[in-house]
Design a protein around this ligand. Structure first.
Ligand SMILES: [Zn+2]
Length: 451
């Protein structure tokens, strides 16, 4: 979800069903109306995200005129050496190979640089606007090359004695903390944008709470949230949105909280009582979907007889990705009679899930491990099906259960030292969230009493 541009979906009502649009982006962004957005004092004047400037002009790459090159016989030239550096900004469609050729540098030199560990990616994936500086003391001779690597390193590669020496300068990244509160109303997409809550933050929040809140169907007017998040700045410029530090979301009067905490070197989100928010199973193994047939006895749409419907049907367009609902191992991937193209995932502890009527299977084969969210196939209507949908079954020790209501033991909370560490991190974050919510509710109160 990250890094993609979210389509601006015209939103008129939040109670409508979302059959075609991406639930986690379109519906939430469309529905979120930010009434109050407080920005941490000192950053209220922060400029909006700057779009990187498009560099489309052709770059002239003149070689230094002969006359400015140092002349051996002139002693003054030795004391004050001329600048032999040439800075090049990559133009649209230009490659570094092209720049080398324009500068009269050999392809062999570039090839040598590409062999240097850690240089290949930065030198082959160049984009318009990237800057490279070349130290060219003599025509055709490259002495050093400077470029940015990743978002926080300046690298200088010096070609000497047939080898390459690397000098790295760290660029300082600054993480700024911002806060915002918002409330769901009918159509205040523009208000959300004006309040400065980026799509990336809204999407992350939807992901964080997706195990507890169905953002496609559960949102109601008056639902509200508060979020503490980071922005990454470099050299006085906003580079990108960072992580969510903590957030609270009140859905139909029930309040959910999430606090970021690092466990085994990985950032995860935990509830206030230290339990991971990520559950063993996803609420829905397919996005863009709505339930078209529930679990239980029904008249079969093709056979016409009353029979048990052992799963839940999610109507979705053909080709919509189907995800493994939880971590596990592929127990079956292939054709299975009326089920059509089917995948069965064994999650251990007697839990299995089944996904039927696929238009095609994913890349996982029987016996392979899959992670929660991995795409194991695509919605279709193979086998006995009247239209494209996912037929989804959940079994516990061989018994069919209703996947929408089956209850799982809650994930284990943090223990011992980890729990103590978590409390130290979570305490201030939760207090700040409560303060934000208090402020938001007070502002709401004030605005209703005005009417
Ligand atoms: Zn079904």
């Amino acid at each position: 979800m990250k890094g993609t541009r979210t389509p601006r979906t015209p939103i008129t009502t939040f109670r409508g069903r979302w059959t075609r649009d991406h639930w986690a982006t379109a519906s939430l962004i469309g529905c979120v109306g930010v009434l109050v957005a407080a920005i941490v004092p000192g950053f209220s004047a922060a400029p909006p995200a700057a779009e990187p400037e498009q560099v489309t002009r052709a770059i002239a790459l003149p070689l230094p005129p002969r006359s400015v090159l140092p002349i051996e016989e002139d002693p003054i030239a030795e004391e004050a050496p001329v600048d032999t550096w040439r800075t090049v900004q990559i133009a649209q469609g230009q490659t570094l190979g092209g720049v080398f050729s324009d500068l009269g540098l050999s392809a062999n030199t570039l090839h040598r640089l590409l062999q240097h560990p850690g240089a290949r990616e930065a030198l082959t994936r160049v984009r318009a606007g990237d800057e490279f500086a070349f130290d060219v003391p003599e025509p055709g001779e490259l002495r050093a090359l400077r470029f940015a690597r990743g978002e926080n390193e300046h690298v200088e590669l010096v070609l000497e004695d047939g080898g390459i020496k690397e000098n790295v300068t760290e660029r300082e990244l600054e993480r700024r903390t911002l806060v915002a509160s918002g409330e769901i109303t009918s159509s205040l997409y523009a208000a959300a944008a004006r309040a400065g809550v980026s799509n990336a933050i809204v999407n992350t929040m939807a992901n964080v709470f997706s195990y507890d809140i169905d953002f496609g169907q559960d949102l109601r007017e008056g639902d509200h949230f508060s979020v503490i998040y980071e922005e990454v700045w470099r050299d006085g410029e906003r580079l990108r949105t960072g992580d969510i530090v903590a957030a609270s979301f009140t859905n139909r009067g029930k309040r959910y909280t999430a606090v970021r905490f690092e466990r085994d070197g990985k950032s995860e989100y935990f509830s206030a009582d230290g339990r991971p928010l990520k559950k063993s199973f996803m609420r829905m193994p397919v996005e863009f979907a709505r339930i078209s047939s529930t679990f239980g006895a029904r008249r079969h749409p093709i056979l016409g007889k009353m029979r048990m419907h052992n799963g839940v049907d999610y109507a979705a367009p053909t080709g919509t990705p189907i995800m493994a609902a939880g971590d596990g191992r592929i127990a079956f991937a292939g054709n299975r009679g009326g089920y059509g193209r089917t995948v069965i995932v064994d999650h251990g502890n007697g839990h299995t899930t089944l996904y039927a009527h696929m238009s095609r299977l994913g890349r996982y084969k029987t016996g392979q491990r899959v992670s929660q969210g991995a795409v194991i196939g695509y919605v279709g209507m193979s086998g006995l099906a009247t239209g494209p949908h996912l037929h989804y079954e959940f079994r516990v020790n061989g018994q069919h259960r209703d996947p929408t209501t089956v209850t799982m033991p809650p994930p284990e909370p943090l223990k011992g030292a980890a729990m103590a560490q978590f409390r130290a991190v979570a305490g201030p974050a939760l207090a700040q969230l409560e303060m934000l919510e208090g402020r938001h509710l007070a502002a709401r109160e004030a605005s209703t009493s005005l009417n």
